[in-house]
Design a protein around this ligand. Sequence first.
Ligand code: ADP
Length: 319
Amino acid sequence: MQNIAILCSGGDVSGMNPALKHFVEYTLQKNLTPYFVYDGYEGLIDNKIEQASYCDVSGIINRGGTKIGSARSQRFMQKKYRDIAKQNLDTLGIEMLVVLGGDGSFRGLDIFYKETGIKFCGIPATIDNDINATDYSLGVDTALNIIKTSIDAIRDTASSFKRAFVIETMGRDCGYLALVSHLTSGSELCLIPEKEYDLKSFEDDFKKQIKNGRKYFIAIVSEGIKQDSSEIAQWFENKIGMESRVSILGHIQRGGNPTIYDRLMAYKFITHAVDGLLAGRDESVICYTKSGFEFNSIEEVTSKTKELDAELLSYLDKP
Ligand code: ADP
């Protein structure tokens, strides 16, 4: 029997628990012995590695977050700690690792592979959807659904009080969450880092809309734009003449019950990752693109900044 371990690294996302459940079930089906590494690379160093069974994953498919914890690890940046991690894996006879994480986690994994020969498959997991070479990262759909529910709720209060609401989404330098939320929630304004904007260009139109009976505005702004959300709210008050409020959605976007899409993607990512390792793919990231699942090297995944989908971006210019 071969031993295989899974860990979560970097920011947690909803969809990690369904991935853990399928990991245990699928590896057992393939006659492998599954292990959990708790708390990311920190757990690898501190030997928080335990054999996993069906009991460990019962009742977790509907839960956000990750049962085995996630972490950022400064120590894993140093070779002496990676050597300890390797010793811990050797002691348990673990030769394969599946890692749910982002760019940084994959870079660390690549270095670890080059030093130790521990085979790995990375699974993109971040709500920001900013990992190059993959159109989808685990957790994005659940985050979008949380944002949708929040915007719908804010719309109720905005319309009752005649207010402009500036809703700030996560995404770091990537405007994907804000843009998709804008296109699917009927908001009036969307500001993202990928597109230059001049608030002045909206002023005449927004004032005209108020004259024609508009009672509220919803603006969705990505956290990566140059201005603070409070400045956008001030602009609504000073230039458009409408009382305004800011709502920073924050970490609620990272939690919540995983959607069907994230559960299904977790299932597929894990299946491909385990199959890839068993087929001899020793150092890759399983990506999902328009042509389906494909394995990419760490270099392809981490060397470039992901560009926002051009078609989605073009919709921002259309009325
Ligand atoms: P994400 O995976 O979400 O991009 P980070 O960039 O914070 O998150 O990376 C997660 C972890 O990956 C880091 O805390 C560190 O332990 C490990 N890591 C990142 N870069 C390296 C590196 N160059 N060498 C070794 N480990 C790294």
